[in-house]
Design a protein around this ligand. Structure first.
Ligand code: MD3
Ligand code: FE
Length: 210
C-alpha cells in the first residue's frame, strides 16, 4: 500500500492522491475514448422505473446495467449500441495490480458520471458472483461526499471526501457495507470541463475457475 493509505477497521482503504495530475489526465483521455465507443446511458431502477441521476457506461468483458425489464445485472454488450464494451484502461488495470491484492484480473470497470446535481442513494453491491474479490474505486474530477455505513440497512454512516485521483479499496466486511454518494462539491477540480465527477469501479464478476 502507498504510504498515504488510510486503513479503516472494516477493511476499507482510502488512498488519497493515488494518481497524480498527469496520471489523472492520461486516465481521463482513455475514458473519453471509451465513452466515444460506449456512450453514457441512463440506467433505470427495476421496481420503480425511476431513472438514476448518475449516467453510466462500462469497460471490460462485463458491464453493469439496469432497466425495468431485466433488473440489475452484468452483460457483455452495451444496452444501446449492442457492441462489446471497450477494454479497461491501462492505468485502471495497474491500480488493480497495485492495490487490490487479488490473484484474478478485474472483469468489469463501471464508469459513473455525476453532474453537479447527481447522487447515489445508500445501497449494497452484491450483483457479482465472486463476492470474495475486493472492489476498487478511482475518482476523477470534482470531489464528492461519500457515505459508508455498516452491513445492515439503516445504521449510522461516516462521511469521507473523495477527491480527484483518490483510490478506495473495499475488502473484508466493507465489501458489504451500505454506501452512497451524498453530493458533488463544485469548484474542487479543474480536470473536467464542467463541475462533474467520474468514478471508476473495478470488479471481478465471475468466480475464478480453479
Ligand atoms: C463500498 N459507486 O457504482 S465508489 C457503485 O462513487 C458505487 O460512484 C460510488 O457505489 C461512486 O456501486 C462509490 C466506492 C465504492 C464502490 C463499491 C463499494 C464503495 C463500496 C462496494 C461495497 C462497499
Ligand atoms: Fe456501490
Amino acid at each position: 500500500m502507498p504510504p498515504q493509505a488510510r486503513v479503516y477497521a472494516n477493511g476499507l482503504v482510502h488512498v488519497p492522491a493515488y494518481l497524480d495530475p498527469p496520471a489523472q489526465h492520461l486516465l481521463l483521455s482513455d475514458i473519453e475514448a471509451a465513452l466515444a465507443a460506449a456512450p453514457l446511458f441512463q440506467p433505470v431502477m427495476p421496481k420503480t422505473g425511476k431513472a438514476f441521476s448518475v449516467r453510466m457506461s462500462n469497460c471490460g468483458p462485463f458491464g453493469w446495467v439496469s432497466d425495468r425489464a431485466g433488473g440489475y445485472r452484468y452483460q457483455t454488450l452495451h444496452p444501446e449500441t449492442g457492441k462489446p464494451w471497450p477494454k479497461i484502461p491501462a492505468a485502471a488495470l495497474q491500480a488493480w495490480t497495485d492495490l487490490a491484492a487479488y490473484a484474478f484480473a478485474p472483469e468489469a470497470c463501471l464508469i459513473n458520471y455525476y453532474d453537479v446535481s447527481a447522487r447515489m442513494g445508500l445501497h449494497q453491491d452484491r450483483d457479482e458472483a465472486d463476492l470474495a474479490a475486493p472492489v476498487l474505486s478511482l475518482s476523477l474530477g470534482s470531489s464528492c461526499i461519500f457515505r459508508v455505513g455498516g452491513t445492515a440497512r439503516g445504521g449510522k454512516t461516516t462521511a469521507l471526501e473523495l477527491a480527484s485521483g483518490d483510490a478506495v479499496v473495499l475488502a473484508g466486511a466493507s465489501r458489504f457495507a451500505y454506501h452512497g454518494v451524498a453530493r458533488i462539491i463544485p469548484g474542487t477540480s479543474a480536470l473536467l470541463p464542467a463541475a462533474g465527477r467520474i468514478n471508476l469501479t473495478l470488479r471481478r464478476v465471475t468466480r475464478p475457475s480453479p
